[in-house]
Design a protein around this ligand. Structure first.
Ligand code: NAD
Ligand code: MG
Length: 394
């Protein structure tokens, strides 16, 4: 009998989240093919400890420094090493792993994702905000370290699978599909009154709260246009968005002979994650199967940029360049958090992003320090606008 291959060493940044949980599900189904090196979380110490225990992870890191004692206590009878604070999360990202899932939400994932990229190996990228803020730097670091950066976001993963990288000149356009979110058909008046509970209720996907709100404003697609501009050698004008409420077709590539190749799958993030986990191979995954006959009909429509102005902001930010995408992302994070806290209304989210982009000057972002400065500045400005608007709300 041939010797069984060494297990693949994997780390999961953001292990307690929606993507983290889907990733752990695939790893648990991997018949001992994987050895978990590091797992991280923001504040959910009990769940992180349970994950470390179940996977036998070598290292568990919690971003909230004050939770070190609790994490240590939870894992006292195990061999898992523990750490706390942003530095510990970065240390987890730097551990020697063959494959790292970058699934921290928001710009908080930037430094750890970059650390994973610098370490080499394969990085499966779910944390789109990191790419939006520092895509150029990240691609350059990946080139230097030999890291293979694979898109885990469903649209980009689908495009990656049908993108003929050897015939880039033959590619006319790439297309991201959008479900349209819970307010696809809603009037602006209806959206104005939307509550956080209504806005997080996505019709097809079960996801973390922040990305669910981004889907409702369509800022998610805006971030994804910027994400695509870094992942694929295609200019902004050739990145299309089409609304497809069934979320079955995730991405498409149009070629100059008229051929269009599309990536289809049931809306289940385990499918694109499994693709990145096995790439360039394929592994069997327990994700939901697509039943086209049961689906019956696939529909498509153009996005309404009047009701969803977020889409235009991404394109403007790409053209402005420099820190504009950082500003867009930071203002959005601040505004989404304020909406979830009921400090501002739903329509205020994109309005604040737009106003922040108009007020903050675009600067060069040649290094990570400049990115962090631009992120800080945009957060401060956006926070001021949240205050102004929340004071106006009766
Ligand atoms: P989530 O909120 O469910 O999970 C986020 C994870 O990040 C958790 O483990 C949390 O503990 C951790 N975290 C939060 N703040 C942190 C901090 N300051 N420092 C360190 N860790 C922190 O989010 P999610 O839905 O899993 O999304 C994660 C990322 O993947 C996002 O960038 C999102 O846009 C992207 N994504 C998600 C989906 C999806 O279906 N959920 C699909 C495509 C892309
Ligand atoms: Mg997506």
């Amino acid at each position: 009998m041939p010797p069984s291959p060494e297990p693949r060493r994997v780390s999961i940044l953001g292990a307690t989240g929606s993507i983290g949980t889907s990733t752990l599900d695939l790893i648990a189904g991997g018949d001992g093919h994987y050895r978990v090196e590091a797992v991280t979380a923001g504040t959910n110490v009990k769940e992180l400890a349970a994950i470390a225990r179940a996977t036998g992870a070598a290292y568990a890191a919690i971003a909230d420094e004050s939770l070190l004692g609790e994490l240590r206590q939870e894992l006292a009878d195990t061999t898992t090493r523990v750490g706390a604070g942003p530095g510990a999360v970065e240390e987890a990202a730097r551990m020697d792993a063959d494959w790292v899932m970058a699934a921290i939400v928001g710009a908080a994932g930037l430094a750890p994702t970059l650390a994973a990229v610098r370490q080499g190996g394969v990085v499966a990228l779910a944390n789109k905000e990191a790419l939006v803020c520092a895509g150029g730097l990240m691609i350059e670091e990946a080139r230097q370290s030999g890291c293979v950066l694979l898109p885990a976001d469903s649209e980009h993963n689908a495009i990656f699978q049908v993108f003929d990288a050897d015939r880039i000149d033959a590619i006319e356009k790439i297309w991201l599909t959008a479900s349209g979110g819970p307010f696809r058909d809603a009037t602006r008046a209806r959206m104005m009154a939307a509550t956080p509970e209504e806005a997080v209720r996505h019709p097809n996907w079960s996801m973390g709260r922040k990305i669910s709100i981004d889907s409702a404003t369509m800022m998610n697609k805006s971030l994804e246009i910027i994400e695509a501009s870094h992942l694929f050698p295609v200019s902004e004008e050739r990145i299309g968005v089409i609304v497809h409420p069934e979320s079955i077709v995730h991405g498409l590539v149009s070629y100059h002979d008229g051929s269009v190749l599309a990536g289809l799958a049931a809306p289940d993030m385990r499918t694109p994650i499994a693709h990145t986990l096995a790439w360039p191979d394929r592994i069997p995954a327990s994700s939901r199967r697509l039943d086209l006959a049961a689906t019956g009909q696939l529909t498509f429509e153009l996005p309404d940029e009047n009701r969803f102005p977020a889409l235009g902001l991404a394109r403007a930010a790409i053209h402005a360049g420099g820190s504009a995408p950082v500003t867009l992302n930071a203002a959005n994070e601040v505004a989404v958090a304020a909406f979830l806290d009921r400090r501002i209304g739903f329509l205020d989210i994109v309005a604040i992003v737009e106003a922040t982009l108009a007020r903050v000057e675009t600067a060069a972002t040649g290094d990570i320090g400049a990115v962090i400065m631009a992120d800080d500045e945009a957060r401060r400005r956006a926070e001021e606008m949240v205050l102004e608007r929340s004071e106006r709300t009766p």
